[in-house]
Design a protein around this ligand. Sequence first.
Ligand code: GDP
Ligand code: ZN
Length: 459
Amino acid sequence: MLSDTIAAISTAVGESGIAVIRVSGPESIAEVGALFRSRKPLTEADSHTVHYGFIINPKTQEKLEEVLVSVFRAPRSFTTEDVVEISTHGGIISVKRVMDLLLLQPNIRLAEPGEFTKRAFLNGRIDLSQAEAVIDLIRSKSDRAFSLALKQVEGNLSRKITALRHTLVETLAHIEVNIDYPEHDVESMTTQFIKSKCAEVTEGIDELLRTANQGKILREGITTAIVGRPNVGKSSLLNALARENKAIVTDIPGTTRDVIEEYVTINNIPLKLLDTAGIRETIDVVEQIGVERSRAAVHEADLILLVLNNAELLHEDEIHLMEQLRGRQTIVLINKIDLPSQLNREVVNRYFPEEAIVELSVKTEEGLNHLEDAISKLFFGGQLESGDLTYVSNVRHIALLNKAKQSLADAYEAADTGIPIDILQIDVRLAWEQLGEVIGDAAPDALIDQIFSQFCLGK
Ligand code: GDP
Ligand code: ZN
């Protein structure tokens, strides 16, 4: 049912300068027009124009809100339908009053979460990977995550997938010719051709998959645990990081309101700090509650910052910790280098390579930048700055790319063992379909519904 008209508040509800209500569908201009008073009727407005006026109560003719109304006529709009956007003064009361009036109109209903973007997709305005990137845009937690999502919206990933699929279609066409004209003795040449094409597309998929881990990190942040004995400087470190690198506290749209996560952004890499609800206090709480809980935090973390005290000998607990952390992504911070050294450095060296050890003083801030470099190196091999990479950061995309890769491997193997060409064609076609699912070509309805239900209202 796409022919009806929907409305929702598109900006975050709360204190803000302005708020925007978006209305989309065939009745949008007429229905908003019935509530809008300005010099010229809205129904006569050209596309892509902005109009100053008042929202009125149609029964009492009372002026309710001073607004700006933008008109986008089909198909040149986000959803490809007629779209009207009403900008009101921010604040929940004023937005809600306008929204309530709109919903009293006979042909307008409240949009479901993600419904605007869903319409844009179903009307062919954007493909599925672009729609999913809109979710990421809404949720992105760092500048880099934002531009990554933006690239995807712009169709970077779609372009690459489309090119790979094009190669597969060519291959399928080639196979078709061979099946239709078997008297042309091209069988062996075709097998060679299929193998080389499968290898070519597999390489393209591998390239995309290589970026997957980085993509996940940029999107979701590096889950980080700060561990160490009491008094080594964990809380001080956290405070210093939060001060130097703006700490971001987010609540994630679409999830329960009270999930609060704390992020600090280091060199544009978001670190998601574990035990988030006020880690400043809870680090010490962890100490009190004991090893049990910090062990859980360590288990969950992508990155562990082990803080040691330069001014003291290693404690037995710390040696145990280092043993446990072997093979984990760990950076050892030798803190308090402003004080005379007592620490048995050679023992630390036995557990960790030199590049994983950073000496610093949180107090004087000496060496704090080395920590930032160490994190970049550990996760991105220092290559983070190559800005035009396409990152694959979506779990569903990664799974599909792996499936397509497997289908191509099957085709390749079949070609090698002399299996008839019309059978190996099935695998090539399967790979083509799986890649197609990434960009939502022939995506099953259930999948589409599931993806769009992740949006927040008004998008
Ligand atoms: P936590 O128990 O591991 O969280 O340690 P705190 O952050 O509470 O720090 C313990 C004490 O060490 C505090 O008095 C800090 O001021 C001090 N401290 C932290 N970092 C440094 C440092 O780099 N040099 C010196 N001299 N003292 C530090
Ligand atoms: Zn502390």
